[in-house]
Design a protein around this ligand. Structure first.
Ligand SMILES: C[S@@+](CC[C@H](N)C(=O)[O-])C[C@H]1O[C@@H](n2cnc3c(N)ncnc32)[C@H](O)[C@@H]1O
Length: 391
C-alpha cells in the first residue's frame, strides 16, 4: 500500500483524530500516488498515524478513515461503518421516515452522504476515494434497507474539485419523480431528482418542531428562505394566523404549495422573491409578525467569504428585527461551518443595536442528531440556530 509521511508538527493533529491532511503537509511519498488509492500515513520518523485515501490533485489530499493499526481501509471497513451508522440511527428517536443515514466524516465515512426517504435512498459520493467503493456501498445499503430505489445525486462542486466521473441518475430499482414522506405529524412531497441537496433539509427537523412552541393562536408568522415550506407548515399547524413563506426558487414554492394542500393547511401565502428585497419592503410598510424565521443558504463556502456573508446576515437581521413585534420571536440559522454561533450572536447584537431593540436568547438549536457532530472534527458541526425574543 502507498505510504506517506507528514511534515513535523502535523502528527499531533492527526493523533487528535482530525481526519484531513492538506497537500502541503505531506513530506514524502513511497511512490507516485494514484488518484483515490488507499494510503498509510506515518509521521516523519515512520510511526503509524492512520489509514485513509488520497487524491493528490486536491487541497484536502488525504481523508482518514481509521486511526487503528489493525483496521486498514478495505471494502470490509466501509461496509462495517455503514452498518454502524444504521445501528446508530435505529437508537435515535427520529420522528420521521426520512433521515440521514450516513453523514460523511460524522460517520467516519468521508465523501459519502446517504439520505433515506421512506423506501427510497439518495446517495452522494463527494470524493474520488469514496467513489471507488461505490459497489460495496450500494450492496450494503441494499442488504440493510432493501430499498425500492436508489438515486445518485451529484454535488457539482465536489465533482469539479475532485474530478469525479459520476452522473446523476437511478442506480438501483425505480425512483419516482416525487415521494411523500412524513415528519412529526406533517407530510411532504420530496423531489429527489430535481430538489435542492438530496430533496429536503433533513437537518432542521428538530427546529421545525421547536418553532411550534412559540406560535400564539392566530398570530402572523414569516418564514424567510422557506424552501418547501417546512417552518411555515409547522407554524400553521401550531395555530398561526396568516403565514408568509418567501423563497427565490419556483420549484421549491410549487412543492410548498402542494405540501400545504397535502396537509389540509390553508392561509399560507407563498411569495417568490429575493428575501433581502422582500424583507426590506415588509419593514418599510411597517408589517409585524409574531415569529420570524431566517434560514438562508450557506453564504460562506470558505473562510474568505465570511466578511461578505456577515454583511448579508446583518442586513437580514436588521430587517428581520424590524418586522418582529414586541414580545415576538426571531430565529436565525447558519448552515456554513465558517459562520459560527458566535458570528450569529455578534451580528444579532449589532443589528439589535441598529434598530434599538433589546433581544434575549431563548434557545439554540443545531443540526438534528442524524447529522452527527464528531468533536474531533469541528467541521461536522455546521448548522447552528439562535432564537431570540424581541423585548
Ligand atoms: C437552507 S434552505 C431553507 C430550508 C427550509 N427552512 C426548510 O426547512 O426546508 C435555503 C433556501 O433559500 C432559498 N434562497 C436562496 N437564495 C435566496 C434569496 N436570495 N432569496 C430567497 N430565497 C433564497 C433557496 O431556494 C432555499 O430554498
Amino acid at each position: 500500500m502507498l505510504q506517506i509521511r507528514v511534515k513535523p508538527g502535523i502528527e499531533d493533529r492527526i493523533r487528535g483524530m482530525f481526519p484531513w491532511i492538506y497537500k502541503p503537509e505531506i513530506a514524502s511519498y513511497s511512490r507516485k500516488p494514484k488518484k483515490g488509492e488507499p494510503v498509510v500515513v506515518r509521521d516523519v520518523s515512520g510511526k503509524f498515524l492512520g489509514y485513509g485515501y488520497i487524491n493528490p490533485d486536491v487541497n484536502i489530499a488525504v481523508r482518514l478513515l481509521s486511526f487503528d493499526k489493525d483496521k486498514p481501509l478495505t471494502e470490509e471497513l466501509i461496509r462495517e461503518r455503514i452498518k454502524e451508522a444504521y445501528e446508530y440511527r435505529k437508537r435515535l428517536y427520529i420522528n420521521s421516515n426520512a433521515y440521514r443515514l450516513v453523514h460523511s466524516e460524522g460517520d467516519l465515512l468521508p465523501g459519502l452522504i446517504v439520505d433515506v426517504y421512506g423506501e427510497y435512498l439518495a446517495v452522494e459520493f463527494t470524493t474520488y476515494g469514496m467513489n471507488l467503493y461505490r459497489e460495496a456501498v450500494l450492496e450494503t445499503l441494499i442488504e440493510l434497507l432493501k430499498p425500492a430505489g436508489i438515486y445518485e445525486k451529484v454535488n457539482e462542486t465536489a465533482k469539479r474539485v475532485e474530478g469525479l466521473p459520476v452522473e446523476e441518475g437511478v442506480l438501483y430499482g425505480e425512483v419516482p419523480e416525487e415521494v411523500v414522506i412524513w415528519e412529526h405529524d406533517l407530510k411532504y412531497y420530496i423531489n429527489i431528482p430535481q430538489g435542492q441537496k438530496t430533496g429536503f433539509f433533513l437537518d432542521q427537523r428538530n427546529a421545525r418542531k421547536f418553532v411550534r412552541n412559540l406560535v400564539e393562536p392566530g398570530e402572523r408568522c414569516l418564514d424567510v428562505f422557506c424552501h418547501t415550506g417546512g417552518f411555515a407548515l409547522n407554524m400553521k399547524k401550531a395555530g398561526a394566523g396568516e403565514v408568509i413563506g418567501v423563497d427565490i426558487s419556483e420549484l421549491a414554492l410549487k412543492e410548498a404549495e402542494k405540501n400545504a394542500v397535502l396537509n389540509g393547511l390553508e392561509g399560507i401565502r407563498w411569495v417568490k422573491a429575493n428575501a433581502f428585497d422582500y424583507l426590506r419592503q415588509l419593514a418599510k410598510k411597517g408589517e409585524q409578525f409574531g415569529v420570524v424565521i431566517i434560514d438562508p443558504p450557506s453564504f460562506a463556502k470558505n473562510k474568505a467569504a465570511v466578511p461578505n456573508a456577515l454583511r448579508g446576515y446583518k442586513e437580514l437581521l436588521v430587517r428581520g428585527l424590524k418586522v418582529t413585534k414586541k414580545g415576538g420571536y426571531l430565529a436565525v440559522f447558519s448552515c456554513s461551518f465558517h459562520i459560527t454561533e458566535q458570528h450569529l450572536l455578534d451580528t444579532l447584537l449589532a443589528a439589535s443595536l441598529d434598530v434599538k431593540r433589546q433581544v434575549r436568547v431563548i434557545a439554540k438549536t443545531f443540526q438534528d442528531l442524524d447529522h452527527p457532530w464528531v468533536l474531533q472534527m469541528p467541521n461536522t458541526l455546521y448548522l447552528k440556530g439562535v432564537w431570540v425574543e424581541v423585548i
